[in-house]
Design a protein around this ligand. Structure first.
Ligand SMILES: Cc1cc2nc3c(=O)[nH]c(=O)nc-3n(C[C@H](O)[C@H](O)[C@H](O)COP(=O)(O)OP(=O)(O)OC[C@H]3O[C@@H](n4cnc5c(N)ncnc54)[C@H](O)[C@@H]3O)c2cc1C
Length: 331
C-alpha cells in the first residue's frame, strides 16, 4: 500500500508527465498497469502519474525497426501478429511465460516490467536482450529564470519568472537498462532492430511447472549469410537473475560455417568451453551450481533449434531464387 500517496495525476501529454516526475520536492513515480506498484509497501511515494493516456500503447513496424510502446501490455505482445513473425515469436513465447495469469498480463506493461527489473521475474527480459532491443528513456526539467531587459546602452523590459522546459532522450541497451536508467527517466518505448531474414531463434526454459518462474531460461539468435554465422546471441535469465549474455560462446560461433557448428559434438565443445566462466547467481529455488549444470543442455537445445531454423530458411531462400518473399519476413 502507498500509505502516503497524496497526489494522483492523469497526464495527457508526455511532457507534462516528465515535468511531474522531475519534481524534487514531491516523490513522484509513474503508474502503468499498477500490478507491482500498487502492491508496494512504500511510504516515501507521495504522487503517481498515470501513463494510460499518453498514447504509448502500440506495436508498429517500419523498414528498419519494430517499436513497442512502454504501455503495451504483456498480453498485447502475446497477441501481436507483427511479433509472431519477429524472431520466430520468441518474444511472444517469453511474454506468455512471464506471467502465467492472463489477468496479470492484461494489466502488466512492458515499460513497467523493465522498470521493475529483476523483481518482475519476467522471462521476456531475456528474449529482449537476445534480439538487441534498445530502450528509449526520456527525462524532463523545468527551470525558472529572471531575464534582465536589453543592454546597458539600450535598456528594455526585464522579464521575471521565465520558464524553460527541457527534455532529454537517451537510448539504452536493454541489457543495461537496470544499471543505467536514472531516477525520473520515463521509459517511452522499445526499439527492436530487424534481424537478418535467414536467422533462427529459440527460447527455452526450465521450471518446476509450466506456470512457475523459470529457474533458468535461455534465448538464442543466430544469423547466417552465405552459410557463415554473422551474428550469435546467447542469453540466460531466470528467477532473481539479470539477463546474462554469454559473449564467450557468441564469439566462438561468429565467423564459423554452419556445417561446423551445427555438428553436435562441435557445438557441445564450444558450449563446454564458452560456459566455463558462466557464474549465475544463487537463489533459494535454484543454486548457481544447478544453473551451471543446466546451462549446457539448455543452450544446446536452444542453439540447435535456432540453427535448424536458420538452415531451413537459408535453403528456402536459395530455392526461391531471391530474398524477395522471405526477405520481408523478420526472424
Ligand atoms: C500477484 C501478482 C503476481 C505477479 N507475478 C508476476 C510474474 O510472475 N511475472 C511477471 O512478469 N510479472 C508478475 N507480476 C506483474 C509484475 O508486477 C509486472 O510484470 C510488471 O513488473 C509491472 O508492470 P506494470 O505495468 O503493472 O507496472 P506498475 O506496477 O504500474 O509499475 C511498476 C514499476 O515500474 C515503474 N514504471 C512503470 N511504467 C514505467 C515507465 N514507462 N517508465 C518508467 N518507470 C515505469 C513504476 O513507477 C513502478 O516503480 C505480478 C503481479 C501481481 C500483482
Amino acid at each position: 500500500m502507498l500509505l502516503n500517496l497524496v497526489e494522483y495525476h492523469w497526464a495527457e501529454y508526455i511532457d507534462d508527465a516528465l515535468i511531474l516526475l522531475a519534481r524534487l520536492d514531491v516523490k513522484t513515480v509513474p503508474l502503468a498497469g499498477g500490478t507491482y506498484l500498487l502492491a508496494l509497501d512504500d511510504e516515501s511515494i507521495e504522487a503517481v502519474v498515470d501513463l494510460r493516456d499518453l498514447g504509448l500503447s502500440y506495436i508498429s513496424e517500419d523498414a528498419q525497426v519494430t517499436r513497442i510502446g512502454a504501455m503495451t501490455t504483456l498480453q498485447q505482445i502475446v497477441d501481436s501478429p507483427a511479433l509472431k513473425e519477429y524472431a520466430l515469436g520468441i518474444l511472444i513465447k517469453a511474454a506468455r511465460y512471464s506471467s502465467a495469469s492472463q489477468q496479470i498480463r492484461n494489466s502488466a506493461t512492458i515499460g513497467g516490467t523493465l522498470a521493475t527489473g529483476i523483481a518482475s521475474q519476467a522471462d521476456v527480459r531475456t528474449a529482449l536482450v537476445a534480439v538487441d532491443a534498445e530502450v528509449v528513456v526520456r527525462s524532463g526539467s523545468k527551470t525558472q529564470v529572471n531575464l534582465s531587459g536589453g543592454t546597458a546602452d539600450r535598456p528594455g523590459f526585464p522579464l521575471s519568472g521565465v520558464v524553460y522546459r527541457g527534455k532529454q532522450e537517451r537510448h539504452l541497451a536493454c541489457s543495461s537498462v537496470a544499471e543505467e536508467r536514472k531516477q525520473g527517466e520515463l521509459i517511452i518505448e522499445l526499439i527492436l532492430p530487424h534481424i537478418n531474414y535467414s536467422a533462427g531463434a529459440s527460447f527455452q526454459r526450465i521450471a518446476r511447472t509450466e506456470s512457475d518462474h523459470a529457474l533458468l531460461n535461455v534465448a538464442a539468435v543466430v544469423a547466417f549469410e552465405e552459410g557463415i554465422c554473422q551474428k550469435a546471441r546467447l542469453v540466460f535469465g531466470g528467477i532473481n537473475m539479470e539477463p546474462m549474455r554469454v559473449h564467450a560462446v557468441e564469439r566462438q560461433l561468429e565467423g564459423q560455417p554452419i556445417e561446423n557448428i551445427a555438428e553436435e559434438a562441435q557445438l557441445l565443445t564450444i558450449l563446454h568451453h564458452g560456459l566455463v566462466e558462466f557464474r549465475p547467481p544463487s537463489d533459494p529455488q535454484a543454486s548457481s551450481g544447478y544453473r551451471r549444470i543446466c546451462s549446457v543442455p539448455l543452450a544446446h537445445q536452444a542453439l540447435t533449434e535456432a540453427m535448424k531454423i536458420a538452415h531451413w530458411r537459408t535453403v528456402m531462400t536459395r530455392r526461391s531464387g531471391s530474398t524477395g518473399k522471405l526477405g520481408r519476413e523478420r526472424v
